[in-house]
Design a protein. Sequence first.
Length: 588
Amino acid sequence: MKIENKQLRDFLLDTDIVKKDSLEKFFKDAEKNGKALGDLLLDNKLIDENELRKLYSYILGIPFVDLSKDIISSDVLQIIPEPIAKKYNIVAFEKKGNELKVAMLNPEDIQTIDFIRKKTGLKIIPCLATQESIKSVIRQYEKSLKAEFGDIIDKNAERMTVENQEDGEGIGEDLEKMAQGLPVIRVVDTLLKHAILQSASDIHIEPDEKEVIVRYRIDGILHDAMVLPKQVLPGIVARIKVLSNLKLDEHRLPQDGRFKIIKDEYKISFRVSILPVFDGEKIVMRLLDESSKGLTLEKMGLQGRPLEIIHREIKKPNGMILVTGPTGSGKTTTLYTIMDIINTPGVNISTVEDPVEYRMPRVNQTQVNPKIGLTFAACLRALLRQDPDIIMVGEIRDNETMEIALHAAMTGHLVLSTLHTNSAAGALPRLLDMGAEHFLVASTVNVIIAQRLVRKLCPECKQEYKMDKKEVKTLEDNFDIKTVLEYLKVCEQTKGFVKKDDNWEDIRFYKAKGCDQCGNEGFHGRVGIYEVLDIDPDIEKLITQSASTETIEKKAMENGMSTMIEDGLSKAVQGLTTIEEIMRVTKE
């Protein structure tokens, strides 16, 4: 909350809560060290949290509520799910008609209020409360979650369990009945709802010897969500198989499927993978938000010269654009964003994917099916007879696909694809290793984008710091810090952050702290770090000479290419991420 220290001091001077001498002393201390006066008074026990919050509510003109002894009805409490309540320190406590009263630690957090308003469709009335007050309400969730999970499971244990029959008759019917049963439907719906509200990218349902562990991947990191008793596993698996239109009685082979959840405020597609493991069947669901529009290359983290190169190359009528990086580095998102930019009525775009992740209007998307011979190569051959202008190949996995893609790029088509290599320069020798002709690679590849995703620092609580000699030494052991420092001094995006005579110890960086806004994670969302290799005449010459990755990379840097490390550290200097995040995703 943005309450000025002077404002709080002036109000306290009119009361007898804090002695004038002590107030002035702590006011000077707060101003000098850039701290909040209220926090200092609270830490030194000169004021209790209840009194301080009441003062804040008076200054802000927002009602103060004490919910420490209140019992909130389960219906009202569940309007805001537990993970959201814990993450943002916000609880619902009263609903009248279309109005919902919520208690918060920071009622000026418009973003969270707006988020709850969109999710619930109700008018939100924020009230100020103490930390203890909100904690006492959050404790009530444990009971309501037990009611939502435990009570369902306890009361319906028999209905949710299938006898251990070995290919016995009726097993399929039992599973189907269980999957359609209300208890299982409620459990699975709750798992999915919590994942959507927490912006998870994946749900892992993992059977153990005695229990089932549910984990959500949020911002690239897995978090434990809940633990369920083992007896619910057959029901959950059956329910997800029914949703995904998979075989209920197949427990020995992996299965893949998908389903959608469409609500007014969101449209989420779930890509389902079921794998037999020792203790049952493990389920991993990838969440794909089909309602999210308006993603641009700039928002993804591309800036300066690399951004200009990509915009220039995607306007060309032919050639190949390659995106490289490990699984989960956002390659497909980059390709879809590029397709969104060039998707105009004047062009025919066709894709070959495995699987089709997002549906795009005016784009002809084909999903491969190797079981019936519909491979990447077979699809590509057929596509070339469909008069395409732009072709997107999900991934170049084999020589045949690579060869057809290169020939398509040479014969007047713009080809977009991905490749698994660690750096942009590494993609060129990889293509040659797969059997591509040197002159073909040199003349068709326009640009190669290597990328990783790093977690973004929470803007509300990130902490500024400067590195000491030990930290600079760690950086030196991992990177060529002399070259990186020179880059930061001339980089357009770091002007104002790095001066010409700065050393590493003079540059401001940021650390994650954790606050109410980011669920004490210190991070919220992700941004890309990139390496964009422009295939200019110098690089073409090196390709025809079968040059190594190192030689190509060195020449590209001489010609102005910024490395992924340089791009990452420029984002760390700008306060978007941390040095630790850059090191986490770039170590090989």
